[in-house]
Ligand binder design. Structure first.
Ligand SMILES: Cc1cc2nc3c(=O)[nH]c(=O)nc-3n(C[C@H](O)[C@H](O)[C@H](O)COP(=O)(O)O)c2cc1C
Length: 357
């Protein structure tokens, strides 16, 4: 029995991890590489009617985030329809989610041409503003041309994610993909007094581990309001534990891009290989159980003082330096002042050797 298998809206995935739309699935060779990584489904780079005019450089990697100005596919739809997708169909082993953008008019052209390749569609709403009636009209235009599962991708600049999800659901979408990259953000080169890696607006879009908690919050919020609506989770995944967190928050499947841009393109196969051990570590039978578990809320108002395990302590004194309540001092060993300790927990989460509890 495959413990990693998951299923939503008739799509059957051997495991929940798939690429997020972006450069790693931007042509046939890349999609072939990604399939060899063992992903549960394929998600194409966003295809639009016109090829994107992409500034260079356009992908900046920092320690825990990526900033990009890559837009959508640099290839016109004809290349996808005549070359890339027919080639992929010959080797295809996993469900294919075709990502498209952006306007209602684009959809009326794209969907009839792409429908024969797609097992499902994902639609980026990144550059179409915040007007939900415009986004609903786009969904209706797609629905009148296909019955396939349709996931509308929400960008974090949409102010009310639940209203977005309700609007696209009522217009005929099957679910949402949450979230696209965060922005507008900026990448400033001090020496050159300039904005870099950006388009003409000067802005870039931020992704990777720094947006993970935001993605989790949006996924959880939507899933709580609309429990029967599929949410595909995206944003900051870079480990097997992250995948489990996304499933617990309510994601039916999990996408990743920036983690692989930061850590290496083989991160997909590494995570998929590590998932069974992660299930064991947390006592889950299988991926479905993680998804179905749901989350309790662990809030306590009675403060508890931090306790030090002196055998584990390496005397690095990080806890002393960071304690916001000035409760930790050092005199040949760490001393916690029980009267001053607020029980905030920062030292516990930051101790590099787990000496505080
Ligand atoms: C270089 C780059 C290009 C991207 N291109 C697209 C795209 O064409 N279509 C799209 O819907 N999202 C695109 N995204 C957003 C990702 O699919 C994803 O939603 C976002 O980066 C958050 O996930 P991550 O932190 O795992 O990268 C792109 C992101 C990056 C970093």
């Amino acid at each position: 029995m495959n413990r990693l298998k998951t299923e939503f809206d008739g799509l059957i995935l051997d495991n929940p991890l798939m690429p997020a739309s972006g450069p790693l699935t931007g042509d046939f060779e890349k999609m072939q590489f990604m399939q060899e990584q063992g992903v549960g489904a394929m998600v194409t780079k966003t295809i639009s009617v016109e090829a994107a005019k992409v500034p260079r450089p356009c992908i900046y990697g920092d320690r825990s985030h990526i900033m990009n100005s890559e837009l959508w596919s640099e290839f016109p739809m004809e290349k996808w329809i005549e070359e890339i997708l027919p080639e992929f169909m010959k080797i295809k082993k996993v469900p294919l989610i075709v990502s498209m953008g952006y306007t209602r008019e684009d959809m009326e052209i794209l969907v009839p041409k792409l429908d024969k390749f797609a097992d499902a569609f994902e639609v980026s709403t990144h550059y179409v503003g915040k007007d939900l009636s415009v986004i609903s009209d786009t969904v209706k235009a797609i629905r009148s041309n296909t019955k396939k599962p349709l996931y509308m991708k929400i960008s974090p600049h949409i102010p009310e994610p639940v209203k977005f999800a309700e609007a696209v659901r009522d217009a005929g979408a099957t679910g949402v993909a949450a979230i696209n990259s965060l922005g507008p953000t900026m990448n400033i080169n001090i020496a050159k007094r300039s904005l870099e890696y950006c388009g003409e607006s000067g802005f870039v879009w931020t992704s990777g581990p720094v947006i993970r908690n935001l993605a989790l919050g949006i996924i959880y919020t939507i899933k709580k309001a609309l429990p029967d609506f599929t949410v595909i989770g995206t944003g900051g995944v870079s480990s097997a534990d992250d995948v489990l967190q996304f499933l617990l928050a309510g994601a039916g499947g999990v996408q990743m891009l920036s983690g692989a841009l930061l850590k290496g393109k083989d991160l997909y196969s590494k995570i998929i290989k590590e998932l069974p051990a992660a299930l064991d570590k947390y006592g889950f039978r299988d991926i479905r159980e993680v998804y179905e578990t749901g989350l309790s809320i662990d809030t306590v108002y009675d403060p508890k003082t931090a306790v030090l395990d002196e055998d584990k302590c390496t005397h690095c004194r990080l806890c002393e330096r960071i304690c916001p309540y000035f409760a930790i001092t050092y005199d040949e060993k760490i001393i916690i002042d029980g009267d001053k300790c607020f029980g905030c927990g920062l030292c516990i989460s930051k101790c590099p050797v787990g000496a505080l509890s």
